[in-house]
Design a protein. Sequence first.
Lengths: 99, 409
Amino acid sequence: MTMSGRVLHAQLHLLDRQLIDHQTGRLLGKVDDVELDMEADPPQLTALISGRVRIPAVRITEIDTAIKITPHDLDLREGDDWIEQHIIDKIPGAGNAPK
Amino acid sequence: VKKLLGVTLGILTAIGGFVDIGDLVTNALVGSRFGLRLAWIVVLGVIGICVYAEMSGRVVAISGRPVFDLIRERLGRRTGLFALIASFLVTLLTLIAEIGGVALAFELASGVNYLLWMPLAAFAVWLVIWRVKFSSLETVFGLLGLLLIVFAVALWKLSPDWGQLLNQATNPHPTGHESWATYAYYAIALFGAAMTPYEVFFFSSGGVEEKWTSKDLVTTRSNVFIGFPLGGLLSLSIAACAAVLYLPAGIKVDTLGQVTLPTAVALGKVGLAIVLIGVFAATFGAALETALSCGYTIGQYFGWQWGKFVRPREASRFHVVMMICLALSILTLLTAVDPVKVTEYSVVFAAMALPLTYLPILIIANDPDYMGDHKNGAVLNFVALIYLGLLLVASIAAIPLMIITRAGQ
Protein backbone atom coordinates (compact mmCIF):
# COMPACT_ATOMS: atom_id res chain seq x y z
CA MET A 1 0.00 0.00 0.00
CA THR A 2 1.42 3.30 -1.05
CA MET A 3 -1.20 5.18 0.89
CA SER A 4 0.33 4.50 4.29
CA GLY A 5 1.14 7.59 6.24
CA ARG A 6 -1.11 9.96 4.33
CA VAL A 7 -3.51 11.86 6.57
CA LEU A 8 -7.01 11.78 5.16
CA HIS A 9 -10.15 13.48 6.29
CA ALA A 10 -12.81 10.79 5.98
CA GLN A 11 -15.62 13.28 5.36
CA LEU A 12 -13.68 15.45 2.93
CA HIS A 13 -11.55 12.96 1.03
CA LEU A 14 -13.44 9.68 1.08
CA LEU A 15 -17.19 9.89 1.64
CA ASP A 16 -19.36 10.32 -1.46
CA ARG A 17 -16.39 10.09 -3.85
CA GLN A 18 -16.59 8.31 -7.16
CA LEU A 19 -15.11 4.80 -7.35
CA ILE A 20 -13.26 3.98 -10.57
CA ASP A 21 -11.80 0.72 -11.87
CA HIS A 22 -8.06 1.28 -11.95
CA GLN A 23 -7.56 -0.80 -15.10
CA THR A 24 -10.61 -0.06 -17.25
CA GLY A 25 -11.65 3.38 -16.03
CA ARG A 26 -15.22 2.12 -15.53
CA LEU A 27 -17.33 3.95 -12.94
CA LEU A 28 -18.16 1.61 -10.05
CA GLY A 29 -20.32 3.52 -7.55
CA LYS A 30 -19.85 5.94 -4.67
CA VAL A 31 -18.21 5.60 -1.28
CA ASP A 32 -21.23 5.38 1.02
CA ASP A 33 -19.32 4.67 4.23
CA VAL A 34 -15.85 3.93 5.56
CA GLU A 35 -14.59 1.30 7.98
CA LEU A 36 -11.86 2.39 10.39
CA ASP A 37 -9.60 0.52 12.78
CA MET A 38 -10.00 2.67 15.90
CA GLU A 39 -7.51 0.56 17.89
CA ALA A 40 -4.63 1.84 15.82
CA ASP A 41 -3.14 5.22 16.60
CA PRO A 42 -3.89 7.20 14.50
CA PRO A 43 -7.02 5.29 13.36
CA GLN A 44 -6.48 3.48 10.08
CA LEU A 45 -8.75 3.00 7.10
CA THR A 46 -9.58 -0.69 6.71
CA ALA A 47 -12.32 -0.66 4.07
CA LEU A 48 -14.70 1.40 1.95
CA ILE A 49 -18.38 0.53 1.73
CA SER A 50 -20.31 1.01 -1.51
CA GLY A 51 -23.91 -0.17 -1.46
CA ARG A 52 -23.70 -3.65 0.04
CA VAL A 53 -20.14 -4.24 -1.10
CA ARG A 54 -17.16 -3.99 1.25
CA ILE A 55 -13.96 -2.91 -0.48
CA PRO A 56 -10.87 -3.78 1.61
CA ALA A 57 -8.36 -0.93 1.83
CA VAL A 58 -5.70 -3.00 0.01
CA ARG A 59 -7.78 -2.72 -3.14
CA ILE A 60 -7.36 1.05 -3.20
CA THR A 61 -4.72 2.16 -5.66
CA GLU A 62 -5.21 5.93 -5.69
CA ILE A 63 -7.11 8.52 -3.68
CA ASP A 64 -7.63 11.70 -5.66
CA THR A 65 -10.74 13.59 -6.80
CA ALA A 66 -11.99 10.05 -7.46
CA ILE A 67 -10.88 6.82 -5.79
CA LYS A 68 -9.30 4.17 -8.00
CA ILE A 69 -9.56 0.54 -6.98
CA THR A 70 -8.81 -2.92 -8.39
CA PRO A 71 -12.19 -4.63 -8.13
CA HIS A 72 -11.23 -8.21 -9.25
CA ASP A 73 -14.09 -10.36 -7.95
CA LEU A 74 -15.97 -7.58 -6.11
CA ASP A 75 -19.47 -7.36 -7.53
CA LEU A 76 -19.89 -3.61 -7.96
CA ARG A 77 -21.78 -3.72 -11.24
CA GLU A 78 -24.54 -6.12 -10.18
CA GLY A 79 -27.39 -3.69 -10.91
CA ASP A 80 -25.94 -2.64 -14.23
CA ASP A 81 -25.41 -6.25 -15.32
CA TRP A 82 -28.98 -7.21 -14.45
CA ILE A 83 -30.45 -4.39 -16.52
CA GLU A 84 -27.98 -5.12 -19.29
CA GLN A 85 -29.06 -8.76 -19.54
CA HIS A 86 -32.78 -8.23 -19.12
CA ILE A 87 -33.35 -5.01 -21.07
CA ILE A 88 -30.49 -3.30 -22.84
CA ASP A 89 -29.04 -6.33 -24.63
CA LYS A 90 -32.44 -7.05 -26.20
CA ILE A 91 -32.34 -3.78 -28.13
CA PRO A 92 -30.39 -3.82 -31.41
CA GLY A 93 -27.16 -1.87 -31.29
CA ALA A 94 -26.55 -2.22 -27.54
CA GLY A 95 -23.01 -3.44 -28.08
CA ASN A 96 -22.07 -1.00 -30.82
CA ALA A 97 -20.12 2.18 -30.33
CA PRO A 98 -22.24 5.18 -31.41
CA LYS A 99 -21.50 6.62 -34.85
CA VAL B 1 -16.24 27.86 -39.38
CA LYS B 2 -13.69 25.61 -37.73
CA LYS B 3 -13.82 27.79 -34.66
CA LEU B 4 -17.60 27.55 -34.60
CA LEU B 5 -17.35 23.75 -34.74
CA GLY B 6 -15.26 23.78 -31.58
CA VAL B 7 -17.89 25.61 -29.56
CA THR B 8 -21.05 23.69 -30.45
CA LEU B 9 -21.25 22.18 -26.96
CA GLY B 10 -21.57 25.69 -25.54
CA ILE B 11 -24.10 26.65 -28.22
CA LEU B 12 -26.27 23.56 -27.70
CA THR B 13 -26.13 24.02 -23.93
CA ALA B 14 -27.21 27.65 -24.30
CA ILE B 15 -30.07 26.71 -26.62
CA GLY B 16 -31.56 24.63 -23.79
CA GLY B 17 -31.30 27.62 -21.48
CA PHE B 18 -32.43 30.48 -23.70
CA VAL B 19 -34.53 29.23 -26.62
CA ASP B 20 -36.10 25.90 -25.63
CA ILE B 21 -39.87 25.65 -26.17
CA GLY B 22 -40.79 27.35 -22.88
CA ASP B 23 -38.31 30.17 -23.45
CA LEU B 24 -39.34 30.70 -27.10
CA VAL B 25 -42.86 31.47 -25.94
CA THR B 26 -41.83 33.31 -22.76
CA ASN B 27 -39.40 35.56 -24.67
CA ALA B 28 -42.04 36.51 -27.22
CA LEU B 29 -44.70 36.92 -24.53
CA VAL B 30 -42.44 39.20 -22.51
CA GLY B 31 -41.66 41.21 -25.65
CA SER B 32 -45.35 41.55 -26.48
CA ARG B 33 -46.24 42.75 -22.95
CA PHE B 34 -43.19 44.65 -21.73
CA GLY B 35 -41.24 45.46 -24.90
CA LEU B 36 -37.54 45.35 -24.10
CA ARG B 37 -38.10 46.56 -20.54
CA LEU B 38 -36.91 43.15 -19.25
CA ALA B 39 -33.89 42.93 -21.58
CA TRP B 40 -31.51 43.70 -18.69
CA ILE B 41 -32.46 40.48 -16.93
CA VAL B 42 -31.36 38.45 -19.98
CA VAL B 43 -27.98 40.23 -19.90
CA LEU B 44 -27.76 39.57 -16.15
CA GLY B 45 -28.60 35.91 -16.76
CA VAL B 46 -26.01 35.53 -19.52
CA ILE B 47 -23.27 36.84 -17.22
CA GLY B 48 -24.41 34.56 -14.38
CA ILE B 49 -24.48 31.38 -16.45
CA CYS B 50 -21.10 32.30 -18.00
CA VAL B 51 -19.59 32.66 -14.52
CA TYR B 52 -20.84 29.28 -13.28
CA ALA B 53 -20.52 27.33 -16.54
CA GLU B 54 -16.91 28.48 -16.80
CA MET B 55 -16.28 27.22 -13.26
CA SER B 56 -17.94 23.87 -13.92
CA GLY B 57 -16.03 23.49 -17.20
CA ARG B 58 -12.76 24.32 -15.48
CA VAL B 59 -13.45 21.83 -12.68
CA VAL B 60 -14.15 19.12 -15.27
CA ALA B 61 -11.05 19.93 -17.32
CA ILE B 62 -8.79 19.88 -14.25
CA SER B 63 -10.34 17.12 -12.12
CA GLY B 64 -12.53 15.12 -14.51
CA ARG B 65 -15.51 15.43 -12.16
CA PRO B 66 -18.85 16.66 -13.57
CA VAL B 67 -21.28 18.82 -11.60
CA PHE B 68 -23.45 16.18 -9.95
CA ASP B 69 -20.35 14.42 -8.60
CA LEU B 70 -19.54 17.72 -6.89
CA ILE B 71 -23.07 18.14 -5.55
CA ARG B 72 -23.11 14.65 -4.03
CA GLU B 73 -19.64 15.10 -2.63
CA ARG B 74 -20.12 18.51 -1.01
CA LEU B 75 -23.76 18.17 0.09
CA GLY B 76 -23.53 14.51 1.14
CA ARG B 77 -25.97 11.72 0.48
CA ARG B 78 -29.12 13.22 2.04
CA THR B 79 -29.03 16.86 0.94
CA GLY B 80 -27.59 15.60 -2.33
CA LEU B 81 -30.65 13.42 -2.78
CA PHE B 82 -32.91 16.42 -2.19
CA ALA B 83 -30.94 18.38 -4.80
CA LEU B 84 -31.20 15.41 -7.16
CA ILE B 85 -34.98 15.15 -6.82
CA ALA B 86 -35.52 18.90 -7.34
CA SER B 87 -33.19 19.26 -10.30
CA PHE B 88 -34.29 15.97 -11.85
CA LEU B 89 -37.91 17.15 -11.78
CA VAL B 90 -36.98 20.47 -13.43
CA THR B 91 -35.12 18.57 -16.12
CA LEU B 92 -37.85 15.98 -16.64
CA LEU B 93 -40.61 18.61 -16.88
CA THR B 94 -38.51 20.47 -19.43
CA LEU B 95 -37.95 17.26 -21.39
CA ILE B 96 -41.71 16.66 -21.48
CA ALA B 97 -42.22 20.21 -22.78
CA GLU B 98 -39.48 19.82 -25.43
CA ILE B 99 -40.95 16.60 -26.82
CA GLY B 100 -44.21 18.52 -27.11
CA GLY B 101 -42.26 21.41 -28.66
CA VAL B 102 -40.71 19.24 -31.38
CA ALA B 103 -44.18 17.91 -32.15
CA LEU B 104 -45.61 21.46 -32.20
CA ALA B 105 -42.93 22.50 -34.71
CA PHE B 106 -44.06 19.61 -36.93
CA GLU B 107 -47.69 20.60 -36.46
CA LEU B 108 -46.85 24.14 -37.63
CA ALA B 109 -45.06 22.77 -40.70
CA SER B 110 -47.56 20.05 -41.62
CA GLY B 111 -50.93 21.03 -40.16
CA VAL B 112 -51.17 17.56 -38.57
CA ASN B 113 -52.04 17.64 -34.84
CA TYR B 114 -48.99 17.58 -32.55
CA LEU B 115 -50.30 14.67 -30.50
CA LEU B 116 -49.73 12.43 -33.52
CA TRP B 117 -46.17 13.69 -33.98
CA MET B 118 -45.32 13.39 -30.30
CA PRO B 119 -44.54 9.63 -30.01
CA LEU B 120 -42.46 9.95 -33.17
CA ALA B 121 -40.54 12.88 -31.66
CA ALA B 122 -39.83 10.93 -28.47
CA PHE B 123 -38.67 7.91 -30.48
CA ALA B 124 -36.39 10.07 -32.63
CA VAL B 125 -34.81 11.60 -29.50
CA TRP B 126 -34.20 8.12 -28.10
CA LEU B 127 -32.73 6.90 -31.38
CA VAL B 128 -30.26 9.79 -31.52
CA ILE B 129 -29.21 9.15 -27.91
CA TRP B 130 -28.86 5.42 -28.59
CA ARG B 131 -26.92 5.58 -31.85
CA VAL B 132 -25.38 8.97 -32.56
CA LYS B 133 -21.99 10.02 -31.25
CA PHE B 134 -22.00 12.86 -28.73
CA SER B 135 -19.84 15.16 -30.85
CA SER B 136 -22.11 14.65 -33.89
CA LEU B 137 -25.34 15.42 -32.07
CA GLU B 138 -23.80 18.47 -30.45
CA THR B 139 -22.56 19.80 -33.81
CA VAL B 140 -25.73 19.14 -35.81
CA PHE B 141 -28.26 20.52 -33.32
CA GLY B 142 -26.02 23.30 -32.07
CA LEU B 143 -25.47 24.69 -35.56
CA LEU B 144 -29.04 24.12 -36.82
CA GLY B 145 -30.40 25.85 -33.72
CA LEU B 146 -28.41 28.91 -34.71
CA LEU B 147 -30.86 29.31 -37.62
CA LEU B 148 -32.99 31.12 -35.02
CA ILE B 149 -30.71 34.05 -35.76
CA VAL B 150 -33.37 34.65 -38.44
CA PHE B 151 -35.23 36.55 -35.69
CA ALA B 152 -32.40 39.10 -35.64
CA VAL B 153 -32.57 39.42 -39.43
CA ALA B 154 -36.35 39.75 -39.27
CA LEU B 155 -36.04 42.47 -36.65
CA TRP B 156 -33.72 44.47 -38.89
CA LYS B 157 -36.03 43.91 -41.89
CA LEU B 158 -39.04 45.15 -39.91
CA SER B 159 -37.12 48.46 -39.69
CA PRO B 160 -38.33 49.25 -36.19
CA ASP B 161 -37.97 52.52 -34.33
CA TRP B 162 -34.58 51.71 -32.78
CA GLY B 163 -34.77 54.71 -30.49
CA GLN B 164 -37.97 53.41 -28.99
CA LEU B 165 -36.51 49.92 -28.44
CA LEU B 166 -33.50 51.49 -26.75
CA ASN B 167 -35.81 53.63 -24.67
CA GLN B 168 -37.66 50.50 -23.49
CA ALA B 169 -34.40 48.69 -22.69
CA THR B 170 -33.16 51.60 -20.57
CA ASN B 171 -36.44 51.98 -18.69
CA PRO B 172 -36.66 48.80 -16.65
CA HIS B 173 -40.14 49.04 -15.17
CA PRO B 174 -43.66 47.91 -16.13
CA THR B 175 -45.95 50.29 -18.04
CA GLY B 176 -49.63 50.48 -18.86
CA HIS B 177 -51.78 48.05 -16.92
CA GLU B 178 -48.88 45.68 -16.16
CA SER B 179 -48.11 45.44 -12.44
CA TRP B 180 -44.78 45.22 -10.63
CA ALA B 181 -45.74 41.71 -9.53
CA THR B 182 -46.07 40.37 -13.09
CA TYR B 183 -42.93 42.27 -14.07
CA ALA B 184 -41.01 40.62 -11.22
CA TYR B 185 -42.54 37.23 -12.00
CA TYR B 186 -41.26 37.33 -15.59
CA ALA B 187 -37.91 38.73 -14.47
CA ILE B 188 -37.46 35.68 -12.24
CA ALA B 189 -38.75 33.32 -14.93
CA LEU B 190 -36.18 34.68 -17.43
CA PHE B 191 -33.37 34.70 -14.88
CA GLY B 192 -34.21 31.14 -13.77
CA ALA B 193 -34.34 29.97 -17.39
CA ALA B 194 -30.97 31.56 -18.20
CA MET B 195 -29.37 29.82 -15.22
CA THR B 196 -31.44 26.63 -15.34
CA PRO B 197 -29.49 23.83 -13.60
CA TYR B 198 -29.44 21.31 -16.46
CA GLU B 199 -27.18 23.66 -18.42
CA VAL B 200 -24.25 23.04 -16.08
CA PHE B 201 -25.11 19.33 -15.79
CA PHE B 202 -25.06 19.00 -19.57
CA PHE B 203 -22.08 21.25 -20.13
CA SER B 204 -19.83 19.60 -17.54
CA SER B 205 -20.90 16.07 -18.51
CA GLY B 206 -20.32 17.05 -22.15
CA GLY B 207 -16.80 18.00 -21.10
CA VAL B 208 -16.32 14.44 -19.85
CA GLU B 209 -17.84 13.04 -23.06
CA GLU B 210 -15.38 15.19 -25.02
CA LYS B 211 -12.56 14.03 -22.70
CA TRP B 212 -11.46 17.52 -21.71
CA THR B 213 -8.18 17.82 -19.83
CA SER B 214 -6.23 20.80 -18.49
CA LYS B 215 -5.04 21.36 -22.08
CA ASP B 216 -8.61 22.16 -23.10
CA LEU B 217 -9.15 25.13 -20.79
CA VAL B 218 -9.17 27.52 -23.76
CA THR B 219 -11.78 25.38 -25.56
CA THR B 220 -13.86 25.31 -22.38
CA ARG B 221 -13.79 29.06 -22.08
CA SER B 222 -14.54 29.78 -25.74
CA ASN B 223 -17.54 27.41 -25.48
CA VAL B 224 -18.80 29.42 -22.53
CA PHE B 225 -18.08 32.91 -23.80
CA ILE B 226 -19.41 32.32 -27.32
CA GLY B 227 -22.27 29.89 -26.59
CA PHE B 228 -24.16 31.66 -23.84
CA PRO B 229 -23.99 35.23 -25.23
CA LEU B 230 -25.28 33.81 -28.54
CA GLY B 231 -28.16 32.22 -26.64
CA GLY B 232 -28.90 35.56 -24.99
CA LEU B 233 -28.81 37.31 -28.36
CA LEU B 234 -31.37 34.89 -29.82
CA SER B 235 -33.54 35.37 -26.78
CA LEU B 236 -33.43 39.19 -27.09
CA SER B 237 -34.12 39.08 -30.85
CA ILE B 238 -37.28 37.07 -30.27
CA ALA B 239 -38.45 39.52 -27.59
CA ALA B 240 -37.64 42.51 -29.81
CA CYS B 241 -39.57 41.07 -32.79
CA ALA B 242 -42.60 40.56 -30.54
CA ALA B 243 -42.15 44.06 -29.10
CA VAL B 244 -42.27 45.57 -32.60
CA LEU B 245 -45.14 43.51 -33.95
CA TYR B 246 -47.42 42.83 -30.99
CA LEU B 247 -46.81 45.45 -28.27
CA PRO B 248 -48.41 48.38 -30.17
CA ALA B 249 -51.38 46.20 -31.11
CA GLY B 250 -51.79 44.99 -27.53
CA ILE B 251 -51.67 41.32 -28.54
CA LYS B 252 -50.44 38.90 -25.87
CA VAL B 253 -48.44 36.04 -27.35
CA ASP B 254 -49.21 32.55 -26.12
CA THR B 255 -48.71 30.15 -29.02
CA LEU B 256 -45.69 28.99 -30.99
CA GLY B 257 -47.37 30.18 -34.19
CA GLN B 258 -47.44 33.75 -32.89
CA VAL B 259 -43.78 33.46 -31.87
CA THR B 260 -42.71 32.59 -35.41
CA LEU B 261 -45.03 35.01 -37.21
CA PRO B 262 -42.68 38.06 -37.19
CA THR B 263 -40.19 36.17 -39.39
CA ALA B 264 -42.93 35.44 -41.92
CA VAL B 265 -44.05 39.07 -41.88
CA ALA B 266 -40.50 40.32 -42.42
CA LEU B 267 -39.04 37.65 -44.68
CA GLY B 268 -41.98 35.80 -46.21
CA LYS B 269 -42.08 32.06 -46.79
CA VAL B 270 -38.30 31.72 -46.69
CA GLY B 271 -38.23 33.30 -43.25
CA LEU B 272 -40.96 31.00 -42.03
CA ALA B 273 -39.19 27.92 -43.41
CA ILE B 274 -35.92 28.87 -41.75
CA VAL B 275 -37.57 29.64 -38.44
CA LEU B 276 -39.42 26.31 -38.45
CA ILE B 277 -36.17 24.40 -38.96
CA GLY B 278 -34.61 26.54 -36.24
CA VAL B 279 -37.46 25.87 -33.80
CA PHE B 280 -37.30 22.16 -34.58
CA ALA B 281 -33.53 22.07 -34.02
CA ALA B 282 -33.72 24.14 -30.84
CA THR B 283 -36.49 22.06 -29.27
CA PHE B 284 -34.96 18.79 -30.43
CA GLY B 285 -31.55 19.94 -29.15
CA ALA B 286 -33.10 20.94 -25.84
CA ALA B 287 -34.84 17.54 -25.70
CA LEU B 288 -31.47 15.83 -26.14
CA GLU B 289 -29.90 18.11 -23.53
CA THR B 290 -32.61 17.43 -20.96
CA ALA B 291 -32.95 13.70 -21.68
CA LEU B 292 -29.21 13.21 -21.35
CA SER B 293 -29.17 15.42 -18.24
CA CYS B 294 -31.79 13.15 -16.63
CA GLY B 295 -29.39 10.25 -17.14
CA TYR B 296 -26.31 12.25 -16.15
CA THR B 297 -27.70 13.52 -12.84
CA ILE B 298 -29.04 10.17 -11.64
CA GLY B 299 -25.99 8.27 -12.90
CA GLN B 300 -23.58 10.69 -11.24
CA TYR B 301 -25.47 10.80 -7.95
CA PHE B 302 -25.35 7.00 -7.61
CA GLY B 303 -21.90 6.65 -9.19
CA TRP B 304 -23.15 4.42 -12.02
CA GLN B 305 -21.35 4.14 -15.31
CA TRP B 306 -22.90 6.87 -17.46
CA GLY B 307 -22.13 8.59 -20.73
CA LYS B 308 -22.14 8.11 -24.45
CA PHE B 309 -18.38 7.59 -24.49
CA VAL B 310 -19.04 3.91 -23.70
CA ARG B 311 -21.28 1.43 -25.53
CA PRO B 312 -24.93 1.45 -24.33
CA ARG B 313 -24.60 -2.02 -22.72
CA GLU B 314 -21.79 -0.78 -20.51
CA ALA B 315 -23.95 2.03 -19.15
CA SER B 316 -27.23 0.14 -19.06
CA ARG B 317 -28.79 1.89 -16.05
CA PHE B 318 -27.98 5.29 -17.59
CA HIS B 319 -29.78 4.31 -20.79
CA VAL B 320 -32.75 2.78 -18.97
CA VAL B 321 -33.25 6.01 -16.98
CA MET B 322 -33.48 7.98 -20.23
CA MET B 323 -35.89 5.48 -21.79
CA ILE B 324 -38.16 5.70 -18.74
CA CYS B 325 -38.05 9.52 -18.88
CA LEU B 326 -39.01 9.52 -22.56
CA ALA B 327 -41.83 7.05 -21.90
CA LEU B 328 -43.06 9.32 -19.07
CA SER B 329 -42.96 12.26 -21.48
CA ILE B 330 -45.23 10.48 -23.94
CA LEU B 331 -47.67 9.47 -21.21
CA THR B 332 -47.80 13.00 -19.75
CA LEU B 333 -48.33 14.64 -23.13
CA LEU B 334 -51.08 12.17 -24.03
CA THR B 335 -53.19 13.84 -21.33
CA ALA B 336 -53.24 16.78 -23.81
CA VAL B 337 -51.57 19.10 -21.26
CA ASP B 338 -50.21 22.25 -22.95
CA PRO B 339 -46.44 21.61 -23.40
CA VAL B 340 -45.66 25.30 -22.88
CA LYS B 341 -47.53 25.37 -19.56
CA VAL B 342 -45.49 22.40 -18.30
CA THR B 343 -42.33 24.52 -18.21
CA GLU B 344 -44.11 27.10 -16.04
CA TYR B 345 -44.52 24.55 -13.27
CA SER B 346 -40.87 23.62 -13.46
CA VAL B 347 -40.15 27.06 -11.95
CA VAL B 348 -41.26 25.69 -8.58
CA PHE B 349 -38.64 22.94 -8.58
CA ALA B 350 -36.03 25.19 -10.16
CA ALA B 351 -36.36 27.50 -7.15
CA MET B 352 -35.29 24.63 -4.88
CA ALA B 353 -32.63 23.26 -7.20
CA LEU B 354 -30.79 26.46 -8.18
CA PRO B 355 -28.86 27.33 -4.98
CA LEU B 356 -28.13 23.64 -4.28
CA THR B 357 -26.62 23.29 -7.76
CA TYR B 358 -24.42 26.35 -7.81
CA LEU B 359 -23.09 26.40 -4.22
CA PRO B 360 -21.10 23.11 -4.56
CA ILE B 361 -19.60 24.31 -7.86
CA LEU B 362 -18.37 27.48 -6.17
CA ILE B 363 -16.92 25.55 -3.21
CA ILE B 364 -15.06 23.01 -5.37
CA ALA B 365 -13.78 25.72 -7.74
CA ASN B 366 -11.99 27.09 -4.66
CA ASP B 367 -10.68 23.72 -3.43
CA PRO B 368 -6.92 23.42 -4.06
CA ASP B 369 -7.20 19.61 -3.79
CA TYR B 370 -9.33 19.65 -6.91
CA MET B 371 -8.05 22.69 -8.72
CA GLY B 372 -4.37 23.11 -7.89
CA ASP B 373 -3.26 26.38 -9.50
CA HIS B 374 -6.55 26.81 -11.32
CA LYS B 375 -8.79 27.81 -8.44
CA ASN B 376 -10.98 30.90 -8.51
CA GLY B 377 -9.56 34.39 -8.13
CA ALA B 378 -10.95 36.92 -5.65
CA VAL B 379 -12.87 38.97 -8.24
CA LEU B 380 -14.56 35.89 -9.67
CA ASN B 381 -15.54 34.72 -6.19
CA PHE B 382 -17.02 38.13 -5.46
CA VAL B 383 -19.16 38.05 -8.62
CA ALA B 384 -20.10 34.40 -8.02
CA LEU B 385 -21.25 35.20 -4.47
CA ILE B 386 -23.42 38.06 -5.72
CA TYR B 387 -25.07 35.66 -8.15
CA LEU B 388 -25.57 33.10 -5.41
CA GLY B 389 -27.38 35.83 -3.47
CA LEU B 390 -29.49 36.70 -6.52
CA LEU B 391 -30.38 33.03 -7.02
CA LEU B 392 -31.41 32.77 -3.39
CA VAL B 393 -33.65 35.85 -3.65
CA ALA B 394 -35.15 34.50 -6.89
CA SER B 395 -35.71 31.11 -5.26
CA ILE B 396 -37.53 32.58 -2.29
CA ALA B 397 -39.63 34.97 -4.37
CA ALA B 398 -40.52 32.57 -7.22
CA ILE B 399 -43.34 30.58 -5.64
CA PRO B 400 -45.14 33.49 -3.87
CA LEU B 401 -44.97 35.55 -7.08
CA MET B 402 -46.31 32.64 -9.09
CA ILE B 403 -49.30 32.43 -6.74
CA ILE B 404 -49.93 36.20 -6.55
CA THR B 405 -49.79 36.71 -10.33
CA ARG B 406 -51.43 33.35 -11.15
CA ALA B 407 -48.33 32.46 -13.20
CA GLY B 408 -48.00 35.87 -14.82
CA GLN B 409 -51.57 36.50 -15.98
